[in-house]
Structure formats: C-alpha cells, structure tokens
Design a protein around this ligand. Structure first.
Ligand SMILES: [Zn+2]
Length: 570
C-alpha cells in the first residue's frame, strides 16, 4: 500500500469561485484522491481557504462585517459548496487557524536564526486619521497620466498605467477619505531567496518527470534578469499572522503581519495539524516529517499555472531554508485556464457559471464529467453551452445511462430482478473481456500519470464498448430462440454495470453510489483481475432497476442558461 499526500491550491476567501477555478485545482485533485483510495492506497487529501491579505479586508468592509467574521462565514459557504461537488477533502482548513499562525511564526524564527531574513527600511503612505499604513489599493487619487479621478495607488483603471501612490494627484484614503497622507519610514522583513538560488536549482533538477511547463516557469524565475530576488514577507496590516520570531516578539515588527504569500502555503502543513486536532486523524507528522515516516509518502500538488512559481520556489525556499526535515513536493500538476463562451470567466462582471449556480442548475456529476473530460491540461480550454449539452446528452445519457437502463429493464421483464443463470460466455464475451482488459490497463496508466483528459476518454471508451456489445449481442432477439444465451448476455451486462460503478467513481461518485445501491454491492473495490470482476455478480444476486441516471439537456434550457450566465451576476 502506497501513501499519497495530495493538496489542492487553496482558494482565496473573498467570494464564490467559478468553474474555471474548480477545474484548475480542487476537482482534478479530488479525482486523483478518489482514484488512489479506490486502488486501496492510503491518502491524505487537504485543502483550505486562503484568508489573509488586503482583498479579504476590502471584501469584509464591502460586506460591512469585521474581517474575522466575514472569513468565518465565507469559509462555511465554500465548505458547503465543496461538499456539493463531492470534493472529498480529509480536511478543509483555514489559513487563519491557530495552527498555521504558530507554524508560520516558527518558520520565520528558524529562517532568521539561519541568517536567511534581513530587515529593510522602506517608505510607505501613512494615514494619521486612520492610524495605519495604507496598502496601495487603499489609496485613490487623480491619475497623472489621463486625469481619471478614481485611480488606485497601484494602477489607473481608466488608462491601465501602473502607478505608485506618490504619483497620484490629491491622494486620499479610501477608508476614511482623509487627505492628510504622508510618507513614513517603515521596516520590513525580506526572505533572502537570492542566496538560496543554487540550492533551489539543484533541488528542481532532482525532480523526476516534472512537466516542462512546470520546470521552465521555475527556471525562468531562477535565472532571468538579475535572477531570483529576495522577497518581502511582511506587511503593515491588521489582518494576518502577527510577526513573531517563533514564540518571541520581534523588535521593530510590532503591529505587522506576515505577507499572505508567506503563510498560505504553510497552511498545507498546518491543515494536517488541524485534521488531527479535529479528531479526524491521529498523526500528522508521518505525512509531513521525513524523520517521522514521511520519507515513503508521495506528495502531489494541484494548481493553476499562475501558482507554479510560488510552489516551485517560494514555498520550497521556506522549507529548504529551515534546514528541518519537512516533506517536499514530489510532483506538481498544473493547469492552464478554462475560458467561457469566447471570453473569460469574470468574477467582477459575473460572467460565466459560478460553483453555487452550477449546483442550482444540475447535479454535480454532470459538471464533474464535463470539466474533467475537458480539463485545460496542454492548453487553455473553453466552456460552451453547446459543448456541455452535447457531452452530457451523449456520454452520460446516451452511452452510460442508456446502457444501464436497457440492461436492468430487459432483465426485469424477462428474468425478474436478479442476475439470471443459464448459458455460458462465448466468443463475443471473450472478445469484449480482452478489449476491456487492455482498456483498463490504459485507464489506470492515465490515472497514475494524472492525464485527466486521456483517462476520461478511456473511461468513455469502456462505457461505449459495453453499448456496442449489447447492441450486437441483442439479447432481446436471442431470447426468442435461446433464453439461455440471452441470460448469459444479461449476466455479463449486469456485471459490466458493476464494473462501471467502480471505475467511474473518481469522475462521477454520486452515479456510482446509485449503481452500488441498485446492484446491492458491499463495496466499490478496484478490480485486480478483469475476467474475475466480470463474474463477481453470481446468478441469483438481487438488484433493483435504478431511476433514470441522467436527463438530457433540451435546447430551450441551454438557451436560457446561455442568457442567464452571460454577465451581471447579482
Ligand atoms: Zn489614467
């Protein structure tokens, strides 16, 4: 039995994510976790909400709530939607947890002890009225370039010019409207990543089988221009992990917090501690400490391509820099972007389908199947309602749903609700078993390699092979001449349904559960031996005819949804 640690990039707290976010990390991570569990391996699958930073403060202010309260509420909302999509996290944690606070402070202390942190003096805009330093986004003024009156401190939304807050004419605080802003000196901590360049490069060179997309992004950051830069890891904010050196105060750093990008990946570890503290597990260290058993763990991370630099460089810099025996990532699976109907998903304009809306429209398996079978792996992918409708109606309703319906209903009408005895498997059955043996090996190969689209295509082919067999074996015709022959065909077909329930579970878990109940199965254990698996349901085994598994999407519905999701979500 192998041991798999699996993490999905942690979604930011400020709102409900769209389907492009879902397929970029959480959903394929869930597919892999379900598959590895199905194969009988030990899995720890973790995700969390990323809760610190200015955008959380801004979103809370907009909602008229204290930021801690806002984050607690939004965490519950995201957790509920994740359950709706059947994301099978062993724990869904929070980067604002006490565990992460302590661990983040611990890493900072150890890095400082090892000479990897330096203090830097900078000037930053201070608002005496608000009693705080203002992040760039909290400052607005007139753009010096185009005269737009509501330009932000980092960028003008009218002419897109990148700005510094000092460039603005008549700058004011967006919190209080105060105009008496002044530049003040403030101190920050920098992680000396530049001194770790060689160690990081050496480590990346030892990673086997990493996709070129991943290593080339990392190498670019390591070597382009002046090479890897030191990174500020603190901010003048209220909301975040207070800057401390381990358990001790950090002189000169009072009132400051760690930058969200420093503490967020550490939450991958803290989340395992939360999992234990929640009573769901009893030892996190055997997953994360190589001196406590994590040496034989395979650690796989899932993320969108924009997150690759932080996971190949920043987080490993924290871990390697600590000199402590923490588990490092073995494989990074990164994704391109999913576009929406000829443009982009847009959270601000409400364009596209968001996770909560998707579940209002159709059950999660419909979405899981389409998203995974069209995952943006080698290039960007595009969601269109036409494609979604075609894929659901064909793959799910016509191929899988129709097969299950025809076999179970035919059996009920001719033999009753139990697996019929009589007849033996002949050449047609042997040919099908040979084909499926090959296809199963290919399916497993793609799943092991996390080739999501290829795995989906193989699963679809496994469903289709059953349909083709049923069509050509034609038990309804055979029944008139030779009922035993019909019985053998139906017996194999019922066993195929059992096989589909098992193999499809990582993609469409709810449907697999329906089939499991209909066939009264004890488990969905993965088949070691395909011919044996196709004899598992013995003559006399009872079943019930399940409800229609999938409904087809009509043209009028599709057109309604196209209009409804074209923009301006309320
Ligand atoms: Zn401008």
């Amino acid at each position: 039995m192998a041991r798999h640690l699996i993490t999905s990039a942690i979604p930011y707290i400020n709102g409900i994510k769209h389907l492009g976010n879902l397929v970029g990390s959480q959903l394929p991570a869930d597919l892999f976790a379900r598959y590895q569990r199905g194969r009988g391996h030990e899995v720890l699958f973790l995700c969390a909400t990323d809760e610190h930073g200015t955008p959380a403060e801004l979103a809370a202010a907009k909602a008229g709530q204290p930021v801690a309260e806002y984050c607690a509420e939004m965490h519950e909302v995201q957790a509920k939607i994740a359950q709706g999509f059947r994301l099978s996290f062993d724990h869904f944690g929070r980067s604002s947890s006490p565990q992460n606070q302590k661990l983040t402070q611990h890493f900072a202390g150890v890095l400082a002890d090892r000479g990897l942190i330096r203090e830097v003096s900078e000037t930053q805009m201070y608002s005496p009225t608000d009693g705080r330093y203002l992040p760039d986004r909290y400052i607005e003024g007139t753009c010096p370039n185009c005269g737009f009156e509501s330009a932000r401190g980092d960028q003008c939304d009218n002419c897109t010019k990148q700005l510094d807050p000092v460039d603005l004419i008549n700058p004011h605080s967006t919190i209080s409207g105060a105009t008496d802003l002044e530049m003040r000196e403030t101190k920050h901590l920098y992680l000396r990543q530049s001194t770790m360049k060689d160690e990081l490069e050496k480590w990346i060179d030892t990673r086997e089988g990493w996709p070129v997309l991943t290593t080339s992004i990392a190498k670019k950051w390591l070597n382009d221009g002046d090479g890897l830069q030191d990174r500020g890891i603190t901010r003048d904010l209220d909301w975040g992990v207070p800057v401390k050196k381990g358990d001790e105060d950090w002189p000169g750093m009072e009132g400051k917090v760690f930058y969200v990008w420093f503490d967020a990946p550490i939450e991958y570890i803290a989340c395992a501690q939360e999992w234990v503290d929640a009573g769901k597990g009893d030892d996190w260290s055997r997953w994360w400490r190589t001196d406590a058993g994590a040496e034989d763990v395979t650690y796989t991370q899932f993320m969108g391509k924009d997150n690759v630099p932080f996971h190949t460089l920043s987080f490993p810099a924290t871990i390697l820099g600590s000199g402590e025996p923490w588990k490092l990532v073995d494989y990074i699976k990164s994704f391109n972007y999913l576009n929406y109907e000829g443009g982009q998903f847009s959270t601000s304009r409400g364009r596209g389908v968001f996770m909560d809306q998707a579940l209002e429209v159709l059950p999660s398996d419909y979405w899981r199947w389409w998203l995974l079978s069209h995952a943006p792996e080698s290039s960007d992918a595009e969601f269109t309602w036409e494609n979604f409708q075609a894929s659901v109606n064909k793959d799910l309703a016509d191929v899988l749903g129709n097969f299950v319906s025809r076999v179970t209903k035919f059996c009920r009408s001719k033999f009753g609700e139990e697996v019929p005895a009589g007849g033996t498997y002949g050449p047609a059955e042997e040919a099908l078993i040979a084909e499926l043996t090959e296809r199963l090996a290919a399916y497993q190969g793609h799943m092991d390699a996390i080739e999501v689209r290829k795995a989906a295509a193989e699963l679809r082919a496994i469903w289709a092979a059953g349909n083709e067999y049923l069509q050509s074996a034609a038990p309804w015709a055979a029944f008139k001449e030779d009922p035993d022959r019909a019985a053998a065909i139906v017996r194999l077909s019922l066993n195929l349904i059992r096989l589909y329930a098992v193999l499809s579970a990582p993609f469409i878990p709810d449907t697999s559960e329906v089939l499991k109940e209909a066939l009264k199965l004890d488990n969905l254990d993965w088949p070691d031996d395909l011919p044996e698996a196709l004899n598992a349901l013995a003559p006399g085994a009872a079943f019930t005819v399940p409800e229609n598994l999938f409904r087809k999407i009509a043209d009028e519905e599709r057109e309604d949804w196209q209009t409804r999701f074209s923009g301006t979500r309320g």
